[in-house]
Ligand binder design. Structure first.
Ligand code: NAD
Length: 397
């Protein structure tokens, strides 16, 4: 079939197999063009990535494998293809990653299953024991709208809402290129608790508990989960909203986990990352407008990093160092230093007040945002023939 992007709101319901593969290979090439981190004594060698198939998780897996030569075990939740329907982009990404890693002699296995389920933890533990013995790094990069609680069976759905009062704020319709005001009702207490259950730290703790009990964590084991903080422009919808409550819970969990890892000389950290376009991020109202303004400013100043460049820098300057550097007062690793520079934020804030549908393309980088969004699903990648007839199941190569 000929596969074209089919966009519904903030999601693209199709993914291009050759495009996803090319996108993964582009990221692999980016990492291979950077300095190898392999000889660094703290470079991880056996890494588990939860949420390995896209965004920051995939970039972490690619960096661990191609900068550190690490064996990687990944977990992600995917929909496989049928002969008439494409798979999720992550399904194609997982296969492209495995091809690239295995062709270089690197161990790479992926378990496509619900990371919140205890059975998935059991299969991961079995696989670690059978194949690599133990892990020295766990990257926790799940972003999900729903979690079936493994102990109660209750299904929790996350919401992206403000707390306290209704929120009226500028946002952008990415498709139409129109700036408009959105109106978001405040979350109820139940909605907030559900969001904390899905995106907070409990599941991260369950993972570490299970892995530690099974004795598959190496001495000096480290684990990192990702958060976003941003500035007053996005606080009302993010840090001061339901997602912020979940991310606060991640901070709590990192302290809990760190104390449990003391016996191994290990630690857990939350890393604050910059805003980039991913499936999860594009679902958050307001943030696409902020990100388009941010990208324009950071690109003009030569400070922009895409997902893979940002994660490589995290490995180079933090994970492959003897200790975490640049910690804030909460003990979080700050990777958002460039985004937070006054020279960047002052300009973004100035433009935020001015931006409207007419001046959007001048003040913001909406076209860069759109291009990044399409790339997530394998579209708009140089060298890919989008008119070619392709088999979405990959059965014919
Ligand atoms: P993403 O949507 O690109 O990736 C999410 C991953 O989670 C995918 O691999 C998906 O398959 C996996 N996943 C979702 N539900 C799952 C389940 N039940 N079982 C197994 N796998 C599942 O998202 P992302 O933006 O890379 O987000 C990863 C983390 O980074 C999140 O914690 C997010 O808050 C954080 N973060 C993102 C940004 C940003 O701008 N994108 C900035 C800072 C922090």
């Amino acid at each position: 079939m000929i596969i074209k992007p089919r966009i519904r709101g903030f999601i693209c319901t199709t993914a291009h197999p050759a495009g996803c593969s090319a996108h993964v290979h582009q990221q692999v090439d980016t990492v291979k063009s950077m300095r190898s981190l392999y000889s660094n004594s703290s470079a991880p060698k056996r890494v588990l990535i939860l949420g390995c198939s896209g965004g920051y998780g995939l970039a972490s897996r690619i960096t661990a494998a191609f900068a550190c030569h690490a064996s990687t075990l990944g977990v992600s939740f995917e929909k496989p293809p049928t002969s008439s329907k494409t798979a999720t982009a992550g399904w194609y990404n997982n296969r492209a990653f495995a091809d690239a890693a295995i062709s270089e002699g690197l161990y790479a296995k992926t378990i496509e299953a619900d990371a919140f389920a205890d059975e998935t933890r059991d299969s991961v533990i079995e696989t670690i024991k059978a194949d690599i013995g133990s892990i020295d790094l766990l990257i926790y990069s799940l972003a999900s709208p729903v979690r079936e609680h493994p102990r109660t069976g209750n299904v929790h759905r996350s919401v992206i809402k403000p707390l306290g009062d209704t929120l009226n704020m500028k946002s952008v319709n990415v498709d139409k290129g129109e700036v408009h005001e959105i109106n978001l009702e405040a979350a109820s207490e139940e909605e907030t608790l559900n969001t904390v259950s899905v995106m907070g730290g409990e599941d991260w703790e369950f993972w570490i508990d299970a892995l530690q009990k099974a004795d598959v964590l190496s001495a000096g084991f480290r684990t990192v989960a990702f958060t976003y903080i941003g500035t007053e422009l996005t606080w009302p919808i993010y840090w001061e909203g339901t997602l912020g409550k979940a991310k606060e819970d991640l901070d709590r969990a990192s302290k809990e986990i760190s104390s449990r890892l003391d016996v191994l000389g290990g630690q857990a950290k939350v890393a604050v990352l910059k805003a980039v376009v991913t499936q999860a991020m594009s679902a958050i109202p307001v943030v696409p407008l902020y990100a388009s303004l941010l990208f324009r400013v950071m690109k003009d100043k030569g400070l922009h990093e895409d997902t893979i460049q940002h994660i490589y820098r995290m490995f180079e300057t933090q994970l492959c160092q003897d200790k975490f550097l640049r910690l804030d007062e909460q003990g979080r690793v700050r990777m958002d230093d460039l985004e937070m520079l006054d020279e960047v934020q002052d300009l973004v804030k100035q433009r935020w007040n001015l931006v409207n549908s007419e001046n959007l393309s001048e003040l913001a980088d909406l076209s860069g945002y759109r291009a990044d969004f399409l790339k997530i699903f394998g579209f708009g990648i140089d060298g890919v023939d989008y008119e070619a007839d392709v088999d979405p199941t990959l059965a014919n190569g």
